[in-house]
Ligand binder design. Structure first.
Ligand code: GLN
Length: 537
């Protein structure tokens, strides 16, 4: 038995209130107070993981070191806490049911009827406690996706009720995040939606310990008193969460409101050590007071939903702050780019980032963007599919292999410069079968990437099926595009560069997943620096 304490974060009234940011901000404050903390997300959907979801559904699919395809909130957790997450940090209903059904087939419940209570709820409780049972964490914060009252959330709320009962109220507490809307016509903040949502929670046997209220206006003492009375919480446990200028302000705002203090008091933990947030605030300071401003063209096919590229835009913010530069993003839909309009669409950008993606929609637009950046000496950063497009563009327009392509886009291309990986050829199932997670890479010393990383050995996260075709390596290198990062075990080309260009780097992996507030990713820092130099020309 260890002493890990649990904090559950539920949501009410509506989705998109920012549970992930509140959870991450609380975790940050607790971490700064000297506690070891991790955050977990429970997702009520039936997919095993978001790897098979279109980004339009829930935004980007985030990948951990251990190769889990997870919810984008895990990205916030890592960016705030600066510690890696893993598969155990993201649990879905699909995964819960899959393991219960597998156990049933093995005969583990022999003789019994398998039911939501206790079998599904037991599995949920087990998944919640996996992180606590490692003994590594003083506090585990578990965010429950969805909104209280959703049919899908019921087993999770029930599992939380049981866990609190089993562990004791001083070891497991519930934070309920709600919305207190402002009715302009009445000129008033309204508490009723919160009352209803708390009532719904209580009907499931769960009493919130703390209310975090999203609001556009200050909550008056009266409103707080009313919320406390009707929702059965102490008045000081009603925390207002005003709209913030940036998500990176939220830890400070929550500290001002006392969220971390009331949580620690409820958990009967010491509040003596105060959170300092020194490096954090240094970052926020620089982020909010930039000395320069640049614009990056982000070329992707999911640009209508900015969350599809969450880790990339956050990495821009980290790298921007360290360069004291505001990074504006020009969102460019790859399907709308043609060789004819490319100048008009990209004119004035100081850097071009071609985003990851799957399938052939919009890829000719991506190739045009690469060509524009290459020919006009605009800093270029290609990530995963973006790197593959850079290889194709170079093969077509410099080597003269007019029909060069990836076999993902054209299986019969005469010049498959990007090819399906050998180990992928037998794969038929879609879920969790890509080359995923952290792999080593060795850098060439005389290169842009070495200059950025300042080491020859790196490890980065991956999510792909196709790779640089080594049959074309010599030809491509002879023409001036260099492979400057190689997987030491397999020879797979992880990085390509153009030494003759001010900054032209394509990476097969996803550097954006590893950028955090305290450790801005070196490639993003270097790319933004190059774009800044470009802007001064
Ligand atoms: N579709 C490409 C592949 O599978 C690139 C994947 C990506 O951009 N994440 O290799």
């Amino acid at each position: 038995m260890n002493n890990t304490k649990y904090v559950f974060v539920t949501g009410g009234v509506t989705s998109s209130l920012g549970k992930g940011i509140v959870a991450a901000s609380l975790a940050k404050l607790l971490q700064e107070r000297g506690y070891s903390v991790t955050i977990q997300k429970l997702d009520p959907y039936i997919n095993i993981d978001p790897g098979t979801l279109n980004p339009y559904e829930h935004g980007e699919c985030y990948v951990t070191d251990d190769g889990a395809e997870t919810d984008l909130d895990l990205g916030h957790y890592e960016r705030f806490l600066n510690i890696p997450t893993s598969q155990a940090n993201n649990v879905t209903t699909g995964r819960i049911y899959q393991s219960v059904i597998n156990k049933e087939r093995k005969g583990e419940f022999l003789g019994k009827t398998v039911q939501v209570i206790p079998h599904i709820t037991d599995e949920i409780k087990h998944r919640i406690q996996i992180l606590g049972n490692t003994g590594e964490f003083d506090i585990v914060i578990t965010e429950i996706g969805g909104t209280v009252g959703d049919i899908e959330s019921l087993p999770y709320v029930e599992a939380v009720r049981q866990l609190q009962w089993e562990l004791g109220e001083e070891n497991a507490i519930i934070i309920h995040l709600t919305l207190v809307p402002y009715l302009a016509a009445a000129g008033e903040l309204k508490t009723k939606p919160t009352q209803h949502s708390v009532k719904m929670l209580m009907q499931s046997g769960v009493d919130p310990d703390v209310l975090v209220c999203r609001t556009e206006h200050e909550l008056s003492d009266d409103i707080k008193r009313k919320l406390a009375l009707f929702c059965n919480v102490k008045k000081e446990n009603v925390i207002q969460s005003l709209d913030a200028e940036t998500i990176y302000d939220v830890p400070n705002l929550m500290f001002k409101e006392g969220l971390d203090r009331v949580v620690l008091e409820k958990l009967q933990l010491s509040t003596e050590k105060q959170p300092a947030l020194i490096e954090w605030n240094d970052f926020v300071q620089k982020h909010k007071n930039p000395k320069n401003e640049i614009e990056i063209g982000l070329i992707g096919k999911y640009v209508e939903l900015h969350d599809s590229y969450k880790s990339i835009t956050e990495a821009f913010i980290h790298a921007g702050s360290s360069n004291e530069t505001k990074v504006n993003v020009r969102w460019i839909h790859s399907e709308e780019l043609t060789p004819e309009n490319i100048i008009e669409k990209l004119e004035g950008v100081n850097g071009v980032l071609v985003a990851p993606g799957f399938g052939d929609r919009g890829i000719e637009g991506k190739i045009s963007a690469v060509q524009y950046a290459r020919e006009n000496n605009i800093p270029f950063f290609g990530i995963c599919l973006g790197m593959q497009m850079a290889v194709i563009e170079f093969s077509r327009n410099v080597l003269g292999l007019e029909k060069a392509n990836s076999t993902e886009m054209n299986r019969k291309t005469p010049h498959p410069v990007i090819n399906l990986m050998e180990e992928q050829k037998e794969v038929t199932e879609k879920g969790g079968t890509m080359r995923l997670g952290a792999w080593d890479c060795e850098l060439t010393e005389n290169s842009k990437v070495y200059e950025a990383y300042k080491t020859t050995k790196i490890s980065e996260r991956h999510r792909h099926r196709y790779e640089f075709n080594n049959d074309y390596k010599e030809q491509i290198e002879n023409a001036g595009m260099k492979a400057t990062g190689i997987n030491p075990d397999t020879g797979l080309v992880e990085i390509i560069e153009l030494p003759s260009h001010p900054w032209f780097v394509g990476v097969q992996y996803h550097p954006e997943y590893k950028s955090t507030v305290l450790n801005p990713h070196p490639l993003f820092v270097s790319f933004i620096k190059a774009a800044l130099q470009q802007s001064k020309k």
